[in-house]
Every structure is written in C-alpha cells, then in structure tokens.
Design a protein around this ligand. Structure first.
Ligand SMILES: [Zn+2]
Ligand SMILES: [Zn+2]
Length: 537
C-alpha cells in the first residue's frame, strides 16, 4: 500500500492523507490549508486529490483544518461516504456551511475590487453553499470503539482523542496480500485534564503511527492558573463597571469558556448580576450541539449533568443571534461578559465589541486562544497602541490579558507520554501537523528518549508501506510558485508621490477649507496605513 501526504506535511493545516491499498483508495481528513498566501494557494490545487476516485473519507474531527475541503471534493465529483463520530457529523454540517459562506463573501470582495480597478472580474468561490449542502447526506456516523468495515479488507475504529467534542484517533486495520498492517492516525491529540473532554485514549499497538506535532517544541504554561486569571480579569472590569470581551473560536473554546464561567459561578467567583452574552450565531449553534452529546464528555461533566445541572449554562447567560441583539449589547450601560467570534479578531462581531471597548481603560479583553501572525488579535497581544477596525483607528487602553492554559493540544511532554505507550519499538513514526522546526525538535526527542525511527514527510510526498518492509519514500517534484511582493516598485512609487505632493503644497493651501480637510483625512489615513504596514518589521 502507499500513502500520499496532501497537507499538514511540515505545516499545521490542510490535513489529508490519501491511502491506496490493492482494494481501495481512501483518505484520512480533508482539511483546508490556512495561513499565508503560499499555503492557501494549495486549496486551489484540487486535481491532486482525484476526488471522484476516493472510495471514502475518515474525518478525525470538525476543525476546518481537518474537514474544510470536503465541499471542494463534492464540487469535484466525490459522492461516497464520509465516516466520522456523531458529534463531528453534526458540527461538520454547520461549520462547512459557514466556511462556504466565507468563501462566497471573499470571492464577492475580490470581484468588487477588480471591478473598481476596471478589470474583468472572473472570480469563482473556492466552493459554494450548494457544494457544502452536498456533503451533509454523505456523512455516516460511528461511536467510539464501534469497529466498522468501510471497504473489503479494511476495518476502522475511532478512539477518543480528547481534543474537542467528538475528536477521534483513527485505527485502521488493512489486510493486503494475506498480510495485515495496522495504521494509527492520532488526529489532534488533546491536552490532559482539559475541561469537558476525556484524556486522549491510550493506544499500544501499531505498525505505523502518524502523529500530530503542533506543540512539538514547547509545553503549555499555567494550566492550573487559567481559571483564576479569568476570574481576575472579570473582577477588574466588573468593579469598574465596564465590559469583559472574550474573543473565542465558535467550536470548543467558546464552550470551554462557558464551562469555566459555570465553575467560577459554582465557586461564588462570578457576580450574580453580571450578564453573560454569547454573541455569535455559529457559536450558539455549536453550543446547542455540545449540549446534545454529554455522553462524549468526561466523567466530571457527566456527574454534573447527573446532578441536574448543565455546565454549559448559567442563570445569567443570554444568546444573541440577531444583529439587533448584538448591537444592543454595545448600547447597554454597565458591566457584562461578551464571548464572541472570530477568535483572532479578524472577522465577525467581535470587531464591533472591540471598537466599543478597546479604548476604555476599565474594560478587559481576554485572549484565550492562539493568535496567528498578521491578525488584529496578535497585534493587540503584542502591545499595539492603536488598532484599525472598520477604517477607524482605535486606541488600546483596555486591560489586555492572555490566558495560555486553555489549549486543546497536548504539549511536548504530553505528546511524548502518549507515544511512549506503543510497544512495537520498530514502529516508524511519521510526524505531521506541525511547523518543521517544532517537528525537528520533537523528532530528536523521540529518537533519543523512545528509540523510534522518525520521518517528517513533505507536501505531496508518497511513501510505500508494507508489513516489515523498509519505508520507501518517493519525493514529489512539487513546483510551488512563490508569491512575489515587489517592495522596491511599491516604495519607489510612494516616494515619487510624496515628492510630487510636496511640490504642490501651495496649490493645496489655496483650495477651499473643506477640500483641504478632505485631503488631510486622506493623508492621515495613508499615514496610518504605513504605520500598520511596518508594525512588525
Ligand atoms: Zn483540531
Ligand atoms: Zn488540527
């Protein structure tokens, strides 16, 4: 059999591993490539998946970097089953529709921009709502530990990955030419002692393991402290009669925040008269799905549920689905907690809440998730004095907190602990889903401490696997065009314009005051844009 790495190879996003046996061609995960332009270009390389020739997909969990290209497969003719767990099946349906909506909106913007430049606007969305709707009926759900056979000679079992609700580790048993081989895909491995979900299941047997390595080079800090830090931030703004804004991803982190608030409430650390708003239609839908699947959660959660409580509910919790409800929060006087998306502040309603609160010294903005480079969230965390939101330059005066203990990924030592359980010391380890530098660090530790051989596959690399056989790597000849930015030309053009403007200063001074004010605004805006452009260089 052979395996081809179509994503999450020396990168975190785009998980997709295509396996070909003598009887079937299938894939584990079908994630979207996210990050810089070079990585995102891979989403448009749809042909390499040969979607119409895939017999089935196994999806480890609902995160878009593991599932986001399923509608693209449907667009390219895939109509076979997609196997996953029950909660993932439900979450997929809302997340893929949301993702399709984002794709359509982005294509719309591109068309408008091209039209403004007088160019022809022949831009199609990566995929559409219609494509996402084709995916839903293909989803077939299984429980953890419910072995099934999706094709002749292949058996599959999902185990709890302890990452987000319904996330799975996948065991695949393959019979080929009279020999059996077991592959294990870790999916994303959860952090131990995470709220809501169980610790990752222990696996002991495998012929090959494909393991994530997101935090291969570091451990998480302050795991115990997180709840207290959250309580402190709440108190800070509650006592100043201001709001606490929490940007959070709609799936998992939002529910973890609700759970945390429930726990604070139980301990008497959450003021009873402090309203809590969940202000994100997607997060509201996701929370409703979470509430349906207590059986997929850990023992602690289930004992709370048995006692008649719901850890994802609070007496003062209010859902705001409509835009009007969302706007009312900003008009409302007094303190409140607002949980809203997107988690990195680059889209969605959270931007309105930041615009209304970032400049208020008594307010708090609490970051509880990863902030990617280039996002407004990252700039705030790194201490920006001003942030551009909806063409407004907002001063950052609020109390900014970053709480690091809420990660849903195992840190370095936990990854090693999980891998240590495998008994077959000859088992090759393939590291996927990580930045290359983190993977190298982890690979060295695995070789040194556990003695396994480690391979870090490249994008589009193909590897032959077989029982007891040597790994044979076939390197792909991937020619990826680097996106180019012609800085010299841009800066040259700017300089020329500035000196032209200088030479016309007198002409500007002779214009009407209102026209001069307009010009002042335009130049101020250009000035701010340049400030923003050089912020991290
Ligand atoms: Zn994930
Ligand atoms: Zn992931």
């Amino acid at each position: 059999m052979k395996i081809k790495f179509l994503g999450a190879a020396r990168a975190v996003t785009g998980s997709c591993f295509v396996i070909e046996t003598d009887q079937a061609r299938f894939a584990v995960d079908c994630g979207m490539h996210q990050g810089n332009d070079k990585i995102e270009k891979r989403n448009w390389n749809a042909d390499i998946y040969e979607a119409a020739k895939i017999d089935f997909f196994l999806i480890t969990h609902a995160h878009i970097d593991h599932s986001g290209l399923l509608p693209l497969m449907a667009k390219n003719g895939f109509r076979k089953p997609i196997y996953t767990t029950e909660p993932t099946g439900d979450l997929l349906k809302i997340l893929l529709l949301d993702s399709a909506h984002i794709q359509e909106t982005e294509a719309g913007w591109k068309i408008k921009r091209l039209q403004r430049w007088g160019k022809s606007a022949d831009v199609a969305a990566l995929y559409t709502t219609k494509d996402a709707e084709v995916v839903a009926p293909l989803v077939k759900t299984k429980k953890y530990n419910e072995m099934f056979s999706p094709a002749p000679g292949i058996k599959v079992n999902f185990l709890d990955a302890g990452h987000i609700l319904g996330a799975a580790i996948v065991e695949i048993f393959i019979e080929e030419n009279g020999a059996s081989t077991k592959l294990v895909f870790s999916g994303d491995i959860g952090r131990r002692h995470q709220l809501m979900v169980e610790d990752p299941a222990i696996v002991k047997e495998a012929d090959y393991i494909f393991m994530e390595s997101t935090y291969g080079d570091r451990n998480h800090k302050n795991e115990e402290e997180s709840l207290n830090e959250l309580a402190e931030a709440i108190n800070y703004s509650y006592s100043r009669n201001e709001k606490i804004i929490i940007p959070a991803f709609a799936v998992e982190r939002t529910q973890e925040m609700l759970y945390s608030l429930y726990l604070l409430n139980e301990k008497g650390k959450l003021p009873k008269d402090l309203p809590v708003f969940l202000d994100s239609p997607l997060a509201i839908k996701a929370t409703e799905i979470f509430r349906r699947y207590h059986s997929y959660m850990d023992k602690e959660t289930n004992s709370i549920v048995k006692s008649g409580d719901d850890p994802l509910d609070l007496p003062q919790l209010q859902f705001s689905s409509s835009t009007e409800q969302s706007m009312r929060i900003n008009e409302m006087k007094g303190s409140a907690i607002v949980i809203s998306a997107s988690g990195m502040c680059n889209a969605g309603r959270i931007r309105h809440h930041l615009r209304h609160n970032l400049w208020r010294p008594g307010a708090s903005v609490v970051f509880v998730g990863y902030q990617a480079q280039g996002t407004p969230g990252r700039r705030i965390v790194e201490g920006a004095k001003n942030i551009r939101i909806f063409n407004d330059d907002i001063a950052v005066k609020a109390n900014i907190r970053t709480i690091g203990g809420f990660s849903a990924h195992a840190g370095q030592s936990q990854l090693l602990d999980w891998l240590k359980n495998f008994t077959n010391k000859k088992m090759p380890v393939f590291l996927v889903h990580g930045e290359y530098s983190a993977q190298e660090t982890l690979a060295a530790l695995i070789k040194e401490k556990l003695g396994f051989g480690v391979t870090i596959p490249e994008y589009q690399e193909e590897i032959l696997l077989g029982p007891g056989a040597e790994i044979r790597e076939i390197k792909a000849q991937v020619v990826e065009e680097e996106p180019r930015v012609d800085l010299d030309a841009l800066i040259g053009s700017l300089e020329a314009k500035v000196s032209e403007l200088k030479s016309r200063k007198k002409n500007i001074a002779s214009l009407s005051l209102s026209r001069q004010m307009e010009i002042q605004d335009m130049l101020k805006e250009a000035d701010m844009n340049i400030d923003e452009a050089k912020i991290d260089v």
